[in-house]
Ligand binder design. Structure first.
Ligand code: MLT
Length: 408
């Protein structure tokens, strides 16, 4: 008899963004003439930078010629891209990360979801609440939680990220092994200072724990005092893995390219308490289950680091930050409290006592605007909604006019 992995039965309904997409599709079916503006899922709308398009075209031409054709590439990514990443994203900011510590992949979602395979089932997980649902759901699938009750899974240490702590969680009271952190944060848009990250790095050292640091939104940081990488913090290389993506920084959501940094000194422990390095384990996993990102896409990603690529990607993130500033100003004018939107494309809005899904329905039905209900990101997200700045400026202006009208 073939038996299922019953951990899957513990999962809540469908994945948050699939659930929202279904609701929006059903609304559109009933209201075919209604023009819907999507400020829900963080999906970019602007085309790829010209530098990336040029590199992509050139690489496709190489694939058309037997002399320059590329078959399987290195699973970890081509040296040209890994070197450009190490130099520009880390060494240029004083973080000592080498090219062979970078693992190129097709998405931070996959990497943050897959990384937990390296750790034993009894690993004690700490997760912010609210949180990007992938971190939690993949640990549920792996059997690291009990059942879902009262809005939370048993066995998980939830780190409340609320107004009172400025949406930066406090250290857990109990000892945990694996900590997920994401800054600039999805969904709240909050940021963490170097001092705040240092307390987590120190905690990890003291408790032989590991930090999984999701920096997918670092390109939106404009405050120069804020860290873009956890490796800007002393001692982080031993206790942290970092995830990055070209999705939001360079418009690659449909193109797919990301990377994970596993420093060679980064460690965990075996059942005898002996140190085990994570770099060879992730390398083994990557080579076994992944055949690399396609050559043309890696050439397009490399172009992000060219002189024109840097200007064009900055223009892209500036464009979305202008949208974010508009959303933030309008929502503040309407009397709502919010966080994010200055060093982040997300604005996290306190619904003034409204249920998250009711607020979602209200905006969809009365304004034709899609948001993301905060409750979908965890118990502490109840009462909040998230607006994303990923759309055209014109649509954002229109959406905020409609929201103002709907909330009058
Ligand atoms: C989001 O809207 O939270 C993100 O787009 C989801 C993702 O990057 O997978």
């Amino acid at each position: 008899m073939i038996s299922i992995n019953e951990n899957y039965l513990k999962l809540q309904a469908s994945y948050l963004f699939s659930d929202i997409a279904k609701r929006v599709a059903s609304f559109q079916e009933k209201n075919p003439d209604k023009n819907i503006i999507r400020l829900g899922i963080g999906d970019v709308t602007k085309p790829l930078p010209t530098a990336c398009i040029k590199a992509l075209h050139a690489a496709v031409d190489e694939m058309a010629n037997e002399a320059t054709f590329h078959g399987y590439g290195p699973e970890q990514g081509y040296a040209f891209l890994r070197e450009a990443i190490a130099k520009n994203d880390f060494q240029a900011r004083g973080a000592d990360i080498a090219a062979d510590e970078i693992f190129v992949s097709d998405g931070a979602k996959c990497d943050t979801g897959n990384i937990q395979e390296l750790f034993t089932t009894s690993t004690k997980i700490a997760l912010p609440d609210p949180v990007y649902p992938v971190y939690l759901d993949t640990n549920v699938m792996a059997g690291r939680t009990g059942t879902f009750s009262g809005g939370r899974y048993q066995g998980i240490t939830y780190l409340d990220s609320v107004k009172e702590n400025n949406y930066v969680p406090d250290l857990p009271k109990e000892r945990v092994d694996l900590i997920y952190l994401c800054f600039p944060n999805n969904p709240t848009g909050s940021t963490a200072t170097k001092e705040e990250l240092k307390t987590w790095v120190d905690y990890a050292h003291k408790n032989k724990a590991l930090i999984l640091f999701d920096a997918a939104y670092e390109a939106f940081i404009r405050d120069e005092s804020l860290p873009k990488s956890i490796y800007e913090i002393d001692g982080a290389k031993e206790v942290a893995i970092e995830f990055r993506s070209f999705s939001k920084s360079a418009g690659f959501t449909g193109t797919r390219c990301a990377y994970t940094v596993v420093p060679k000194v980064c460690k965990a422990f075996d059942s005898f308490g002996d140190k085990q390095l994570l770099h060879p384990l992730w390398n083994r996993r990557h080579c076994t289950k992944f055949n690399g990102v396609s050559y043309p896409i890696q050439k397009a990603a490399e172009a992000v680091y060219s002189a024109e690529g840097k200007i064009q990607t900055r223009e892209l993130t500036d464009y979305y930050l202008r949208n974010a500033a508009h959303i933030k100003a309008e929502i503040t004018n309407l009397g709502f409290d919010s966080v994010g939107g200055d060093n982040s494309p997300y604005i996290w809005i306190d619904g003034q006592g409204r249920d998250s899904w009711e607020f979602f329905d209200l905006l969809l039905n009365k304004a034709g605007v899609v948001c993301t209900p905060g409750a979908g990101f965890g118990k502490c997200g109840q009462g909040y909604i998230r607006l994303s700045a990923f759309n055209s400026y014109e649509n954002v202006v229109k959406a905020m006019e409609r929201i103002s009208e709907a909330l009058k």
